[in-house]
Design a protein around this ligand. Sequence first.
Ligand code: SLL
Length: 147
Amino acid sequence: IKRVKDIEISVPIVYGTISFWLGKKADELHSHKWTVYVRSAANEDLCVVIKKVVFQLHPSFNNPTRVVEAAPFELNESGWGEFEIGITVFFHGDVGEKPLELFHHLKLYPVDESGPQSTKKPVVMEAYDEIVFNEPPEAFFARLRNY
Ligand code: SLL
């Protein structure tokens, strides 16, 4: 495939988790509800580059491999424990890049556990990253320009 020389496309993303303690509604297996997400850090439409995102959960979940094939690229769940979530980002064919592997630690409990837990104050843990497409294929580059 032909690639565009001396061009670099950078797509800023934010990925992470937000979790809420369930308070009175908590039970042993479900003390928190949480969301894991991959979002644009620039209010762009990630569908232009991302085909699907696969979230790999802890084996204690039913069907721990979760595939999200459309925006928003996020997943809602509930549970009782923290663990490492695998996030694999698949790009459209014309992007010409292998999937991107990310890992994110699901955080349920606030770092400062001295105060009372609150159902209103979520625990957010996120990371910023930039996906860089170096010398993108011509087809992808043309598609981006026309978007
Ligand atoms: C721990 N290493 O032992 C961690 C594992 C797993 C959390 C935490 C399952 C919820 C469900 C769930 O929350 N697993 O089955 O619906 O602390």
